[in-house]
Design a protein around this ligand. Sequence first.
Ligand SMILES: NC(=O)c1ccc[n+]([C@@H]2O[C@H](COP(=O)([O-])OP(=O)(O)OC[C@H]3O[C@@H](n4cnc5c(N)ncnc54)[C@H](OP(=O)(O)O)[C@@H]3O)[C@@H](O)[C@H]2O)c1
Length: 375
Amino acid sequence: MFAFATPEGTRRYVERLARDLAPPYAAGHFRELPTQNGPLSLASVGIGSYTGPPTDEADAAYAEAVGGAVRRGVNIVDCSINYRHQRSERAIGTGLRRLFDAGESSRDEIFVMSKAGYLPFDGGAPAGPDGYIRRTYLDTGIVPPAELVARRHCIAPSFLDDQLSRSLANFGFESLDCYYLHNLEEQLEETTPEEFERRVSAAFILLEGAVADGRIGRYGVATWNGFRVPQESPGHLSLERLMVLANVAGGEEHHFRVVQLPYNLGMLEALGMPTQGLQGGRVPLLEAAAHFGLMVVTSVPLLQTQVIAHVPAAFAVQMPGLTTQAQRAIQFVRSTPGVFAPLVGMRRVVHVRENTVLAQVPPLAEAEFYRMLGR
Ligand SMILES: NC(=O)c1ccc[n+]([C@@H]2O[C@H](COP(=O)([O-])OP(=O)(O)OC[C@H]3O[C@@H](n4cnc5c(N)ncnc54)[C@H](OP(=O)(O)O)[C@@H]3O)[C@@H](O)[C@H]2O)c1
């Protein structure tokens, strides 16, 4: 059993789609992620698994949805251990293993990501959440009490190590392609800048170890506000400083390779707001990430459906081949220079069918994208 997405596996996936998908996948739908062993061929749209109730019905829907997405040209999957109280990891794992067992796909074709940071419950919210956290994480020594922020967030190495083991068991996989520190800016709420950097350094060293022992392929930081707010704002994250800390933790060949942040028609900061210090200047996150050669995947492309009603009417003309507002909103994100792939939350098969039409339509060329923005 392959443990990771590989260049051979992802190429096989693309070749199979070339045979099976009708109409065929469009030029530019697959992008190359460089790795030491050659490029991974990954889709320009991924599937996320955040929303929905912690129910058996939603689990079954996600397992079905991820299967449909993989069949239709999506081989990037995003999760987090706390999504739906660990149920999303389990449901996505069930859906993917079902495909693998049926010989429809294999682990080396799919890029699987998850996250740790929030103390998760197990399957549902317990009657006494504080007691559950004390018994499971504090009394066991997994979470050092001094490193628990806002009673819910931790990046201590002992906790990350524990969470990664749980995530792997939830998916039923030997390893994950990318593991994120989830909403790292939460740690800034109750720490000094010096203590924050000490914790991040310790976390990065743990994650470098997880790469070395084959449990993860690379690691990253997934954020909500951290990369979107100006440098002077509370909760701001500096990518430049994080790169320095990664260099210290793992040397020049460190494995901090991915960032995730919200980006959509209503949240444009990654493209347009110079939130990041870089070599003495200020640039938007996408420019800073490109400078460091990082993969950028973006969350909430539909702003959890809120942008669908506000997609500019002109997109209908500027985006031939797409017929719905949701498709156009995703196309906008996917075509933004520097974005590798938006992660679209979708558990209904009808949404999977609608959104994966994008696999059969090319992303906008850079000039078209900027023309659309009036630049
Ligand atoms: N801080 C972080 O790290 C962070 C934060 C938020 C999200 N994320 C990641 O990013 C992913 C995407 O974000 P999200 O799920 O919060 O928001 P989203 O992708 O903007 O929106 C998901 C919602 O849109 C619905 N939807 C999908 N396709 C649709 C369509 N064609 N027409 C109408 N509605 C449609 C989904 O419904 P159904 O599910 O019912 O199909 C779901 O309710 C998450 O799943 C998660 O993996 C990360």
